[in-house]
Structures are given as C-alpha cells and as structure tokens.
Ligand binder design. Sequence first.
Ligand SMILES: *[C@@H]1O[C@H](CO)[C@@H](O)[C@H](O)[C@H]1NC(C)=O
Ligand SMILES: *[C@@H]1O[C@H](CO)[C@@H](O)[C@H](O)[C@H]1NC(C)=O
Length: 150
Amino acid sequence: MKNLSIFVLVLILGLNVVNPCNGCPIILRGYVVHIKSDIINDNVTVRCQSKDDDLGYHVLHSPNLEYQWKFCETISGSTLFFCHFWWQNKEQIFDVFNISMAQWCFVDHLEGNTCNWEIKDDGFYFFEPHNYVWLKQYSWKQIPEGKLIF
Ligand SMILES: *[C@@H]1O[C@H](CO)[C@@H](O)[C@H](O)[C@H]1NC(C)=O
Ligand SMILES: *[C@@H]1O[C@H](CO)[C@@H](O)[C@H](O)[C@H]1NC(C)=O
C-alpha cells in the first residue's frame, strides 16, 4: 500500500513537471514527425491526423518543402499519426508514427525523438538512424479514375 502511494505520488509529480526542452511532462517522451518533400518542382498535399487531432491540409512546394509537428506520447503509449498524401494523380496513406515505429525515431536531445520521412517521386522513405540509411517503405499508388481527390 505504501509503495503504491509512492508510485502514484511520483506519477502525479512526473506528469506535472514539464521538460523545458520539449514541453512534455518529464516522464513522457516527446516526438517530432518531420516530413520533407524531394519533389521540388511540384506540389505535394499532405493531411495528417491522429485519433483526436486533424492537422489539416498542407501543401509542400518549393521553397516550403518541409513540414513537422511535435507531440508528447500518452501514458498508454497508444499515440498514432497517419497521413494522406496526394501528388498529381497519385496518393498514399500510412502511419507516419505509431508505437511500433517509435524505436526507429532518431534521438534528438533538444526537441525529442525525430521520425524523419522523405517524399520522393518513387515513394516514401524513412530514415533508419542506427545504420544511417533512408529505407523505402511505400510507393505512390495511382488514384483510380473517377475517384474524387479530397
Ligand atoms: C502549388 O501550391 C501553391 C500554394 O498552395 C499554389 O499557389 C500553386 O498554384 C500550386 N501549383 C500547382 C502547380 O498546383
Ligand atoms: C506502424 O507504422 C509502420 C510505418 O508506416 C507500419 O509499417 C506498421 O505496420 C505500423 N504498425 C501497426 C501496428 O500498425
């Protein structure tokens, strides 16, 4: 019983003390999802969402080819963000962050662990920080004719 009270006390303290670097409670990790388009001559539209948040539509076009946002993990560790991407008559949709990927997010001491995605004309690459390589995870998919884009 005493141990439980101490645990609850530490939890409450930990949730109320904020890490000044990333704005997250000190017991929860902060993450940054960073998306960069390599398609410099054309627009790529991105819409990212979690269960509770819709980050809205963003158009990546030169010179604004990068998009990122920060968040704190939840106590249950169930945070998930997925994005829908459109480029010309192609699209793709996938998780840009989920708990099984968290370990692959680069440890950035200032803002939090950064998950790096790069959009290329042949698909979507994720930065694997242990071996320092970009690994292709998804290809673009043709939007079926007659399907409305948004
Ligand atoms: C790209 O997006 C910008 C800003 O939203 C817009 O002004 C421009 O017309 C778009 N270009 C193309 C080729 O769609
Ligand atoms: C998490 O996201 C990655 C990358 O998009 C994906 O490969 C994986 O299947 C997802 N995991 C789950 C449990 O959905």
